[in-house]
Design a protein around this ligand. Structure first.
Ligand SMILES: Cc1cc2nc3c(=O)[nH]c(=O)nc-3n(C[C@H](O)[C@H](O)[C@H](O)COP(=O)(O)OP(=O)(O)OC[C@H]3O[C@@H](n4cnc5c(N)ncnc54)[C@H](O)[C@@H]3O)c2cc1C
Length: 417
């Protein structure tokens, strides 16, 4: 924890974690310099609509902006967009233009970038989706009619599939795992989502690993290891993210599929903190370190870590929760339901009118609901209460997890219903 009041706090990353931290510092009364630096050229914006309403042009760009431009001036936050940080050594940020910016405390909120696949490199009409800048080309391809092949049936891949269907595009999804959303939902609910896609005319093939992608004339041809092949005009590679740990690693911070932080958000180096998608922090529900990839988590985690940078000394214990919207069906997800060995469901799963509590070894670990916001809230309370009762008894171990988990080191138990 800080021994002296810092004069300059620097934040790297203008996503929801970085911006929330900068705002929280002011809300908490910090009156020193706040420097918020991000490499994306845009003013800070909300990422979740990129695969949903913004992709479909249902909301304009102004509506996904996080704050009106004047807010940063009013808060006296020095916002520098379009500026990559290249080093964090010796108490000074090194910027891509060669300048240095001294800091007393530093928050790394560098998030993640879309993973790519070697065979996808160098092709036109092959996309990933992480940034606002990725949208125009993908959207133009979808508006030109498709067909679209999505490689990866995680949340982003399935959300884009649903958006593309609503744009009238012919969509095929291929997924290497036996089922979609393996790391997000218990088995019973994974199957319901699969059927939802099929009911809307999306072809979903699981257990399919693509081996190579070639262009033949105006068509991309993806061929799987088992010899099957699919033709498309447009391909989206949606196979998760890589946490942006390069700055931290170069500076000698402990990094392992994310920047390792303690319950306060502190890294292995004094005065340097990390929050949001890039941070792997202790999860009191699971009793091990987890890297969450969820909007609300990034926001709440960053606010808590910012307060700790000012000396609050409060461990972060909130249960992560998120949502996904596919074909107008909203699924709300709390905790880690994919880790369950049992699921207690009330309502109709196939009709997407249900609330479910997920347990592992008899203890609540997650909840999922659709069409029942009040029940979802009540289930979140159950998870919160479990934490209040002492959380997980075991010591923190190592794990990676979240919305689209980067990878998972433990074997998965199959959820039963
Ligand atoms: C298409 C899409 C849809 C999503 N939908 C949902 C949803 O429905 N619900 C949900 O809960 N979550 C959703 N998510 C996940 C959610 O958006 C993320 O969890 C959240 O944005 C993470 O915020 P962050 O600030 O930690 O990281 P990021 O949003 O990744 O922000 C990190 C920022 O740091 C910048 N940066 C990295 N390195 C440097 C550097 N060296 N110098 C300067 N800047 C740097 C990056 O460019 C980026 O702007 C979605 C994500 C995507 C991509």
């Amino acid at each position: 924890m800080p021994e002296t009041t810092p004069r300059t706090i620097a934040v790297v990353g203008t996503g929801i974690a970085g911006t929330t931290a900068a705002i929280t510092l002011r809300e908490e009364g910090f009156d020193g310099r706040v420097l918020l630096v991000g490499d994306e050229p845009h003013a800070p914006y909300r990422r979740p609509p990129l695969s949903k309403d913004f992709l479909k042009r249902a909301v304009p760009a102004e509506r996904i902006r996080l704050k009106a431009p004047a807010v940063w001036q009013e808060l006296d936050v020095e916002l520098r967009t379009g500026t990559a940080v290249t080093g964090i050594g010796d108490g000074a940020l090194e910027l891509a233009d060669g300048s240095r910016q001294p800091y007393d405390r530093l928050l790394l909120a560098t998030g993640g970038r879309a993973r790519t696949l070697p065979y996808a490199a160098g092709h036109d009409h092959v996309h990933t989706l992480r940034r606002l800048g990725d949208v125009p080309a993908l959207r133009a391809d979808l508006e030109s009619g498709g067909p679209l092949l999505v490689i990866g049936a995680g949340l982003v891949g399935l959300e884009v599939a649903a958006s593309a269907r609503s744009m009238g595009v012919d969509v095929t999804v291929v997924e290497a795992a036996p089922e979609p959303l393996r790391r997000v939902l218990p088995a019973h609910l994974r199957r319901a989502v699969l059927e939802l896609h099929r009911a809307h005319g999306t072809r979903v093939h699981t257990g399919v690993a693509i081996k190579h992608l070639v262009r033949r004339g105006g068509t991309l041809v993806a061929t799987a290891h088992d010899g099957r092949s699919w033709q498309a005009h447009t391909v989206l590679v949606a196979v998760g993210i890589l946490p942006q740990t390069a700055l931290a690693a170069r500076a000698g911070l402990e990094v392992d599929d994310g920047i390792l932080v303690d319950a306060y958000g502190a890294t292995s180096r004094p005065h340097v903190f990390a929050a949001g998608d890039v941070a792997r922090c202790p999860d009191p529900l699971l009793g091990r370190r987890v890297r969450n990839e969820q909007w609300n988590h990034a926001q709440q985690h960053a606010a808590a870590v910012a307060r700790n940078m000012l000396g609050a000394a409060t461990p972060f214990t909130a249960v992560p929760w998120s949502w996904t919207d596919q074909y107008g069906v909203l699924l709300q997800i709390a905790g880690h339901p994919a880790d369950a060995d049992a699921l207690t469901v009330q309502g109709d799963v196939d009709g997407f009118d249900f609330a479910a509590l997920a347990t592992a070894n008899g203890r609540p670990v997650g909840a999922v609901a659709s069409g029942r916001p009040l029940d979802f809230r009540a289930l979140r309370t159950v998870l919160d209460r479990r934490l209040a009762d002492g959380g997980h008894p075991g010591p923190p171990a190592e794990e990676s997890g979240g919305r689209g988990r980067a990878h998972d080191r433990r074997p998965h138990r199959t959820a039963t219903t």
